[in-house]
Design a protein around this ligand. Structure first.
Ligand code: FES
Length: 498
């Protein structure tokens, strides 16, 4: 196959990728959003070919005609890197996107950095505040991952060994990412806005994590944390570094930012936001109020607790189809499969149900202990059970929040899917598993809504965050007396397989 080189302008970033890799796989890592999930309809993923060649297939060609751009533009979501390329990424040049409309930002002088501090990955974007242009992007894996891939194991590690080391390692990593963003640029940084889940906020800020570890799981330290670069030991000049406030004990500022990105907090119609990241957070409501909760759904979708699970990165099976010849798998980065990520897991379970290889209770009907997907990658009976726990957590959470507001699924105008692998999700297959139950045309894939929201927060003085926070009510799902019954009821696939 061989490698090709791709340069992303205006960042000047050089990437090596396997020949034939989809540009969606490549660009996703750099914070590029794919709002229509790669259907080619929204046009937000456009890239301009500066050097090289991308030959569109007939559907891609049709979509380009519909957008009526000049001939050098392509849709990244429908393109593959078959040769060396230099591309100008449209999203890095245009205004911030929110809810598929242009965000009306208030220009100011100077520069800001938006940071999404995820449990698994970190993204930082340098933004020119006069134009909202992204000038540079840095990404990294969260170095704390070696102490547990999900929040619970990270908390356990911190409880046993202390959290100081976890705090210093994440501060160091983000400090060096921001230094890289500023290197070779003669600019001074006005502010940094950081968002992340509550555990990440506590660990970054050096707060006591014990309240998040024991019943009633309520921390007194959910508000905005402010620092200077000197306090964090960062080798840059910046007096204003803010970690934005959490909504509740397990609903962090990443969700606050996601709410901002969707605009759901100021609309009359009801919307749902589901983040299938580590924590499985759900928000339901409208401008009268938003109800927010977290579920324990995330780890399975991020590869934890799945025998061959992995993040949505190179080598992960990201989609599974049943064709005439049997099961076919798409692998991120166009390389041999080394594991399966959340979207692949959802697809696989759906295909196995549809083809009668799994029963209504998730049992492998052949009686074998595992099912082979491709090459070495298999799903075990325990993997299927982990999936059932995750999908039941989401389904039960949605049911309880809708019930709280006296709403039915028909009352929901928009369903936003966020999360690391959200762009790759096949919605029909996800619906087939029973995880959610809304009409297909209500769904919008957001990608990294936390990062979009963090960028948007760079253009307000904190009052937007306060306004959104004032709309939010946090709910502990497990305090509902029938939670267990609802959860257990949703473990099975009996609806899907009947
Ligand atoms: S057109 Fe590519 S993501 Fe919408």
């Amino acid at each position: 196959m061989g490698k090709v080189r791709i340069r992303l302008d205006p960042l000047g970033k050089e990437i090596a990728a396997e020949r034939g890799t989809s540009l969606m796989d490549v660009l996703h890592e750099y914070g590029v959003e794919f709002p229509c999930g790669g259907r080619g309809t929204c046009g937000k993923c456009k890239v301009k070919i500066i050097q090289g060649e991308i030959t569109p297939d007939s559907l891609h060609f049709k979509r380009l005609e519909e957008h009526a751009w000049s001939p050098e533009w392509r849709l990244a979501c429908m393109s593959r890197a078959d040769s060396d390329l230099v591309l100008e990424v449209g999203q890095f040049e245009v205004l911030i996107q929110a809810d598929e409309t242009t965000f009306d930002f208030k220009a100011s002088d100077g520069y800001g950095v938006a940071v999404d501090l995820g449990t698994t990955s970190l993204v930082a974007q340098l933004v020119e505040l006069s134009s909202a242009r992204v000038l540079a992007v840095e990404t990294a894996l969260n170095p704390q991952r070696r102490y547990g891939s999900d929040l619970i194991s990270r908390l356990e590690h911190a409880l046993i060994h202390g959290s100081e080391y976890l705090t210093s390692m994440i501060r160091k990593e983000l400090g060096s990412m921001i230094s890289k963003l500023l290197s070779n640029r003669d600019i001074s940084l006005d502010r940094v806005v950081m968002v992340g889940n509550t555990v990440m906020q506590h660990l970054f800020a050096g707060l006591d994590i014990r309240p998040l570890s024991f019943y009633p799981f309520e921390s007194p330290d959910l508000g905005t944390r402010k620092f200077t670069a000197a306090e964090l030991g960062w080798d840059i000049d910046c007096e204003r570094i803010e970690f934005y406030p959490s909504i509740g004990s397990f609903v962090g500022s990443d969700i606050l930012a996601g709410i901002h990105a969707t605009g759901m907090w100021h609309r009359q119609e009801y919307s749902v936001l589901v983040d299938l990241g580590t924590n499985g957070e759900i928000v339901v409501g409208n401008r009268e109020g938003l109800w927010c909760a977290s579920t324990a759904a995330g780890p399975a979708f991020e590869g934890a607790r799945i025998s061959m699970g992995m993040l949505a990165t190179t080598g992960a099976i990201s989609s599974v189809e049943q064709g005439a010849e049997g099961i076919t798998c798409s692998v991120i980065g166009n390389v041999p499969a080394s594991g399966i990520c959340g979207s692949g897991l959802i697809d696989a379970v759906s295909v196995l149900l549809e083809t009668g290889q799994l029963g209504g209770f998730g049992e492998i009907l052949s009686g074998q202990p595992k099912l082979s997907l491709t090459g070495e990658v298999v799903l075990t009976q325990k993997d299927i059970q982990e999936f059932q726990l995750a999908k039941a957590a989401i389904a039960a959470g949605l049911f309880i929040l809708l019930r709280k507001l006296g709403l039915g699924k028909e009352d929901i105008a928009d369903v936003y899917i966020a999360g690391a692998f959200g762009n790759y999700i096949n919605l029909e297959k996800m619906l087939y598993t029973g995880m959610m139950d809304f009409p297909l045309d209500r769904f919008h894939k957001l990608g990294n809504s936390a990062l979009i929201g963090a960028k948007m927060f760079l253009f307000s003085e904190g009052e937007k965050a306060d306004e959104i926070l004032a709309h939010c009510h946090h709910m502990n799902l497990e305090s509902e007396k029938d939670f267990q019954d609802i959860f257990v009821d949703r473990l099975s696939f009996t609806q899907a397989s009947s």
